[in-house]
Design a protein around this ligand. Sequence first.
Ligand SMILES: [Cu+2]
Length: 598
Amino acid sequence: MARFTAASALGLSFALSAAVLAPRTDALTNLKSDWDAYTSQLVIPDVIDMTGGGHIDMQIGRTTHNWTDSTSGEDTVVSGEIYGYALKNATPAFPGPTIKVAKGVPISVAWYNELPVPHLLDDSVESTIAIAESHCYPYCGVPTVVHVHGLESPAKYDGLPLRTIYQNQSQNFVYLNNQSASTRLYHDHANGLTRLNVWAGLMGIYIIQDADTEAAINVDVDTDLPLMIADRLINDSGSLMYSDDNCQAGVTRWVPESYGSVNTVNGVVMPFTEVPPAQVRLRIANGANARHYNLTVPFASQCQLIAKDSGFVQVPEDVPTQLVIYPFERVELLCDFSSDADGTTYDLVDIPTVSVTTTYDPRIMQFRISDALKTANMTSRTLPASLVQRKDLKKLYQELGGKNRSIILGEMDVSTNCPTKSLIRYRGVEINSTTIKNTLVCTKGKVEKWHFQNPTDDSHPFHWHVVNAQCGASDDEVDTNGLKDVVVIPNAGSDRASNVVTQICYVACTPDEFLIEGSERGAAEYNFDTSEPYVAHCHILEHEENNMMSLFQLTDKDDDAPNDDGSTSTTNEITTTVILSAMGMSVLGAIATSLSVL
Ligand SMILES: [Cu+2]
């Protein structure tokens, strides 16, 4: 359909804002709480093998999804409507099929928006947040766009929130895949609807394979399981619900975080899976909107951590018995069950560290050792001492003369400590991708040093599109073993101090291939046009959608501004700016009386 005009957008704005105060009809009643754990079988998403390159047509659609299966103790299979991805004429699935590509082999994907109106979570659509590209909902269908998290793509193929695909439209994206072997994710990124579209099911796994390298380091084992963990709210009849845990009910439908009451793995509620008594590779991804997992891994001593977000770690790590994973982070474990007896079971559970009003079942899934699955070629192999050799980012920062920048992650609160929005501040200015007051920048071909402050009550998983980072609580604690595209920025503590740097990040605004020791790629050699902006944002989707997202631009040269390493703005400057900008926010229910950045 044709893009609507500015005049009609204004009309829509008026019409839709009148609906904001309408009562929700899907209040969280009848949440199902009597789930049988570990009785439904884990589903492994279909794999679309694109390692030879080529093109596929993919649909974004709606379907009925089974949360449990007939082996569960439920009287009937529990099912409900979801959004999902699929090949054009197949049935949409949550998560979508796994797209497997080969390093260096480009593919193209045409994404078709076949989502019907109204939105599956229509009662949670907040028109003051679904601005610009999505404000035409429902007249333009359910806006959507597909971002492959962690890919180095031209902005026009990155699935940015500014690249909406409207109802019955499609967009053709080219993915170059010129990156290291890694587990990436694809998911919705529609402006103002991301949190609802993803919660409804729009996510999947995207694997970059490097067969020769993976064989050489003995990680190409037979049993390779993607595990997309996501908490959800599901009622007694199987309907998917979204949080109404809103401290400003009647003012906005935006909630500060949506937490589920039950965990799904690959779309199945608390499943079990059988694994052979052999080496098993687990690709664990957190697909939750807001929940970070504190995974208790009872077989941790039998595993080694082999990869983080953007590829293999340099040296395999021991796996802690509690593995913390924030939204859209990934870790890969190589576990050896070869000495476990047939029938041995291991339960993976969460130890929640956030207090939420909604009840929560922390069980996640069960692994069962099954001798029947073992084949003769499953011999345990030893990992080499080093999986990959990467350049030292801190040294590159020094050698290449990278910039120092200071970033503040903050939030606006009303007097009841109720957040009205999140925010990012840089050089004394509040920035976000909706008002485009400023843009976070990074000099292409450099490694920069970013100093993060976080005077809020939450830790924020910060995600840069197109680039990677290595971070630590201090300069001496930077994790140089792995490469990350989501980094947790811890909060400063209960006093919400705004002058404490809680995380130092070396941000490599270079292709990730350049960072491999001996690579022939140049530091600025992306091999595609990088002149258009990307975004950087908190990956708690409710935060991202309410202003904790900024445009993010790779610049060809340094901006010549002085370094601002760890510097903070004066209190007056922050106060004035924040109040003025906050007053313009239509979700603000009252004059802000406390500012976390003060
Ligand atoms: Cu956040």
